[in-house]
Design a protein around this ligand. Structure first.
Ligand SMILES: Cc1ncc(COP(=O)(O)O)c(C=O)c1O
Length: 375
């Protein structure tokens, strides 16, 4: 599960080093006072990991979505499509730039239903945001085909599934632009933070300028004499986050390997339950195991077992309100919410078990055995 479990002396030494080296906490300038550029190094290391041409570190995943949408030319009144099972941040980013969120149902993969997506495309559709939820990839191949025909851009929200893959590409690097979150519950963490991933220089330059008050960051002039061509905002990452991010990124393969072992224990033991659908060509990051109860009575019994073990579910069902658009009456119209009833029906039967690094394999074995006892 989350990188916070692996925070240790390495992160604290990385932070201490910043202070030992002069204490510059800002990502730009102060050349005479500093020895390193941690945010820049984090971006470079991340770029190598994800295998993209450009990466830009920002203050959060939500900021990354917002800047990303603007870089794709989304204007007030444009429609942006995304999915029901999601986190509210995606819809907030759409609404915050004056665009209109259009919500598409999910299927048993718990990710975007490409058939419903086709139905919801209109003349106003500019961008679709497929969201790789709780470790599992979206059907990127079909989406790309539809989007190419309809001239719709894709922003991949990979805030939750870093390390997962689609057709041999790491998620976040499969479309026009991708975003990752490093908040405290994510695969790797910097406390708060996000990354924008793209292979398009124009998109990268737009995001880079936008997240830094419009600064072009021209190399030959000081920041005070720097140029601008459009108004931006401040969505910068700090050096503290950059240094922690580098350390966390070094631990990702350890984390992913551990995830898979425990995920497989659940998968191989909870065989009486319907499983979440994994799309062809997809590899999860294995940080959550999701299965479906047969009915609500059975679900209640399973949740009791989980509770008795002083364990919890991951969003399904404990935080479903924040992760299903059917509840978001404060940002969506009733008309929009009525169209997505089927997703709620699917999600209400789902149980998501988080994979923790610090929980033993035996714990997951016992958990599966106890859940199986309901039969
Ligand atoms: C799917 C999804 N999108 C966006 C975000 C927002 O990321 P952040 O918390 O870094 O703003 C999250 C975070 O929970 C998320 O799960």
């Amino acid at each position: 599960m989350p990188g916070f479990e692996l925070i240790d002396r390495k992160e604290s030494l990385a932070v201490k080093k910043i202070f030992d080296d002069g204490g510059v906490l800002f990502a730009h300038g102060f050349e005479n006072l500093r020895k390193n550029y941690h945010v820049r190094e984090f971006e470079n290391n991340f770029k190598k990991y994800i295998n993209s041409k450009y990466c830009l570190a920002v203050s959060s995943g939500t900021a990354a979505i917002k800047i990303g949408l603007k870089s794709l030319g989304v204007k007030p009144g444009d429609e942006v499509i995304t999915q029901t099972f999601n986190f509210i941040a995606t819809v907030e980013a759409i609404v915050d730039i004056g665009a209109i969120p259009i919500i598409v149902n999910i299927d048993k993969s718990l990710n975007i239903d490409t058939e419903d997506f086709k139905k919801k495309i209109s003349k106003k559709t500019k961008v679709v945001i497929p969201v790789h939820m709780l470790g599992y990839p979206c059907e990127m191949k079909k989406l790309k085909k539809i989007c190419k025909q309809k001239k719709i851009k894709i922003l991949e929200d990979n805030c939750e599934s870093l390390g997962g893959m689609f057709e041999k590409k790491l998620l976040g690097n499969c479309a026009d632009i991708g975003v990752v979150s490093f908040d405290f519950g994510k695969t790797i963490t910097t406390g708060e933070g996000g990354m924008i991933i793209t292979n398009n220089k124009k998109i990268y330059n737009y995001c880079k300028e936008h997240h830094d008050h419009g600064h072009k960051n021209l190399k030959k002039v000081s920041r005070g004499k720097d140029s601008f061509s459009f108004p931006g905002f401040n969505y910068r990452m700090t050096e503290l986050q950059g240094a922690i991010g580098k350390s966390q990124l070094n631990k990702i393969s350890t984390l992913l390997k551990d995830n898979k072992k425990k995920y497989d224990i659940l998968k191989n033991n909870l065989t009486n339950f319907e499983k979440r659908k994994l799309i062809k060509g997809g590899i999860p990051n294995y940080d959550t195991y999701i299965f479906f109860a047969k009915n609500f009575a059975q679900k209640k019994r399973i949740l009791n077992i989980i509770k008795k073990k002083q364990f919890n579910t991951k969003n399904l069902p404990d935080a479903i309100k924040w992760h299903c658009a059917s509840y978001w009456t404060h940002v969506l119209s009733n008309k929009e919410i009525k169209k997505i009833k089927i997703s709620l029906k699917i999600l209400k039967k789902a149980i998501a078990l988080p994979i923790f690094y610090k929980k033993s394999k035996n714990f997951y074995k016992r958990l599966a055995n106890e859940i199986n006892e309901i039969f």
